[in-house]
Design a protein around this ligand. Sequence first.
Ligand code: ASP
Length: 335
Amino acid sequence: MSAPSFPAASAAVRPVIAIHGGAGTLSRGQISPEQAEAYHAALHGILEAGQQILAAGGTALDAVCLAVKLLEDCPLFNAGHGAVFTSRETHELDAAVMDGATLAAGAVAGVCRVRNPVEAARAVMVRGQHVLMAGEGAEAVAREAGLAAVSPDYFSTEARRQQLHAARARHAGAVLDHDGAAALAGRPLDEDRKMGTVGAVALDARGHLAAATSTGGMTNKQPGRIGDSPLIGSGTYADDRTAAVSCTGHGESFIRVSAAHDVCARMAYGGATLQDATQAVVHQALPAIAGTGGLIAVDRTGSVSLCFNTEGMYRGHARVGERPQTAIFRDEPLV
Ligand code: ASP
């Protein structure tokens, strides 16, 4: 990519990484402390891996790509292995990555054979010719880059199949809404209502920002539907002059408000702080069109925002030299 790098914010920044594993409706009473602990442990381990890259002087881009790859590989989250099903009982995965230093970006949509869609997104970015590749063309880029390929059923898990069947049954029924009910056992957020995208944002020691997002999309989505995650500016954005942002939620709403870029625009044009900008997008712009979900963001000074308008969001952050902190529910402090 030939674009020049923006000057780094400051040589003295403390590197930090933040991750999310999806936002959704709470079903706290239905899980044991051990089950919640499994999510905390997964988030902690992945934050530590990203933290190590940053501590060793690695780039924000490498840290977010590794964190999202690990989240994809973890079946607890709806991305990569463990991704949700389309209405046709297939998988169509979307992912994006963006480098805030150069505004280089890459994304894939509707892939079902590359094992780690975030690596395919990075391969698109590295090639530099296009930003967003879909379907067979995206798979070809992944193949040419030598990325690991899998059979589509690698992504399937029994839990996700049950979710699809539950979603279908609900559509057939007369009851339109039973908020918070019917959680599948052992999952802190109601899996039928959880938006399970994964994402990471980071600031490295050189003051550069990066963001990455990956998803199976939404359970029972129509084949061919593409959400916000692979759309640069909607579900994913990074710009060294402002912030790196990764979103999770009802993708159609995030697309309509250009959520990730809106955070950066409010900072760039309106002088908003990261906290003010993320709050405005998540608690004003999205609710104005009934959009549910959340986002994680880090700015050029290392300030972090983990912001959502649902009852929970799997989330956490880790500064170099500090223990990672994670949380699931809205009223829960980071631990
Ligand atoms: N935003 C994703 C999509 O609409 C779903 C999610 O966040 O879980 O595809």
